[in-house]
Design a protein around this ligand. Structure first.
Ligand SMILES: *Cc1c(COP(=O)(O)O)cnc(C)c1O
Length: 459
């Protein structure tokens, strides 16, 4: 192998805490991967490729694990806890119903996400609305639906939401999104005084305090509390402690000055998952207990009763529950500078169905899905069919050197930010989403067709 020495995809091993495969993935004696009791060959034949496959039992179990872990960890902390599923990771009517049935609320960021959650029958009070640039129409829809909270992201939005609420004659429950200076993701977190990014209101710069004062001055707004989301794919929970302490201190300081203790604090989402099998991410139980400890200690230090806590996991609920099936097309050996070779394996999708590799240098792995091969492993790169050299799905993986046109490849851990960030680049119809459970498959989002694309073109 070359200097990169890529690893083969780990075989499905549900007992392994680091596995990137969902809980029901197995490789059969015939070498074919199965998920939800269905061989992927049958799924590919019936629904075509590329195909997003969601493991319903796995997804539901993750949602339930978060609900149970937070319920239990915060049971003796006065305020309790709510878990909101961050719908931007992937939202469909069925998924909204499942996670709500398993005990989660739903965070939405746009009118579209709100529409799907409402279509699913999720009650308004179990829905939150986020976003750094909400339209009046989105705010109005949220208030008419009776959402449990709108998270305010700017000073201007304080006035905007108050004005819409006044027009509708309702009181808007709001939180204020605060940037604490903590950025986290991967294994590191850093704390800086200022943040040069678009979200939230700076704690250090005084903008958060100004917005909280402005909210308090508007009778149309009901201030629930403060909110912080520090990043994504976070494996080290230390960053949450810094952010939580900052929010709880702000809450105590305001209570001292105004006599009013905000009832809620939201600590955001961003819990990491295993994409390639080399990390064991924190479990919902570990996350919930770590956060409960932080809140308990910080509130004791501050001498304030604990607030009701909420969190917003997205990828940790849906990411590991999904895999993408691709059909292999062109296979091309490419000679590298060091004389080694890399096998470029083109699949029938690419950056249109998974932009994360190109956008964030995200790491994935891939495995032969329709048979087992005993051929020697070679360094390989799984690429798409788009007109970009950055159109990479899996940057480095070791694949058998007989991988050939017609083979099926499975890329695990694509349940989050795959379909939800998909595009029609190169006028490729977006793949469908199929849920599997107990040997049954069901289409959640149907595959787009060229007719769908042509129907939008007014000629
Ligand atoms: C994206 C986002 C989340 C969810 O992030 P994950 O990494 O999917 O858990 C939660 N809260 C807010 C405000 C977000 O922007």
């Amino acid at each position: 192998m070359s200097a990169q020495d890529p690893r083969p995809a780990p075989e499905p091993a549900p007992a392994s805490p680091a596995t990137p495969w969902s809980a029901t993935v197995r490789r059969g004696a015939d070498g074919v991967l199965a998920v939800g009791g269905l061989p992927v060959t049958a799924l590919a034949e019936r629904y075509g490729t590329p195909l997003y496959v969601l493991d319903e039992a796995d997804l539901r179990a993750r949602a339930r694990a978060f609900a149970d872990a937070f319920g239990e960890a915060f049971a003796d902390l006065g305020g309790g806890a709510d878990v909101y599923y961050a719908g931007k990771a992937f939202l469909s009517v069925a998924v909204a119903r499942w996670v709500h049935a398993e005990g989660l609320r739903i965070d939405t960021t746009t009118g579209g996400e709100l529409a799907v959650a409402l279509r699913a029958g999720v009650p308004g009070e179990a829905i939150g609305l986020h976003g750094n640039n909400k339209s009046d129409a989105e705010i109005e829809r949220a208030l008419r639906a009776g959402v449990g909270r709108i998270v305010l992201d700017s000073l201007a939005e304080v006035e905007q939401v108050a004005a819409v609420a006044a027009r509708l004659g309702v009181r808007a429950p709001v939180m204020v999104r605060v940037t604490t200076g903590v950025h986290a993701g991967g294994h590191e977190f850093i704390s800086t005084a200022h943040e040069d990014q678009k979200f939230g209101l700076s704690l250090a710069g005084g903008a958060a305090r100004a917005a909280l004062d402005a909210v308090a001055a508007r009778p149309e707004l009901d201030l629930l509390g403060v909110h912080s989301h520090i990043g994504s794919q976070i494996l080290d929970l230390a960053g949450f402690e810094v952010a939580a302490r900052a929010l709880l201190a702000l809450r105590a300081e305001i209570a001292e000055q105004t006599g009013r203790l905000m009832p809620e604090v939201d600590l955001g989402g961003g819990y990491g998952i295993s994409y390639t099998g080399d990390v064991a991410p924190p479990t919902p139980h570990e996350v919930a207990h770590a956060l409960a400890d932080v809140v308990r200690r910080a509130c004791a230090d501050l001498g304030t009763p604990p607030p009701r806590i909420s969190v917003e996991p997205g990828r940790a609920v849906v990411g590991p529950a999904g895999l993408t099936l691709y059909r292999v097309g062109t296979v091309k050996p490419v000679r590298l500078d060091d004389g080694a070779q890399r096998r470029y394996v083109s699949v029938d999708g690419g950056m249109s169905d998974n932009i994360r590799t190109a956008l964030y240098d995200a790491e994935y792995t891939a495995a032969l899905a329709d048979h087992r091969s005993t051929a020697p492993l070679v360094p390989a790169r799984v690429v798409g069919k788009h007109c970009e050299s950055g159109d990479v799905v899996v940057r480095d993986v070791a694949l058998p050197n007989d991988v050939a046109r017609g083979d099926l490849l499975a890329v695990p851990a694509t349940g989050a930010y795959g379909r939800s960030m998909a595009s029609n680049y190169n006028l490729v119809p977006r793949p469908g989403v199929v849920a599997v459970a107990d040997g049954q498959a069901r289409v959640l989002v149907r595959r787009e067709t060229e007719e769908d694309l042509l129907a939008l073109d007014e000629g």
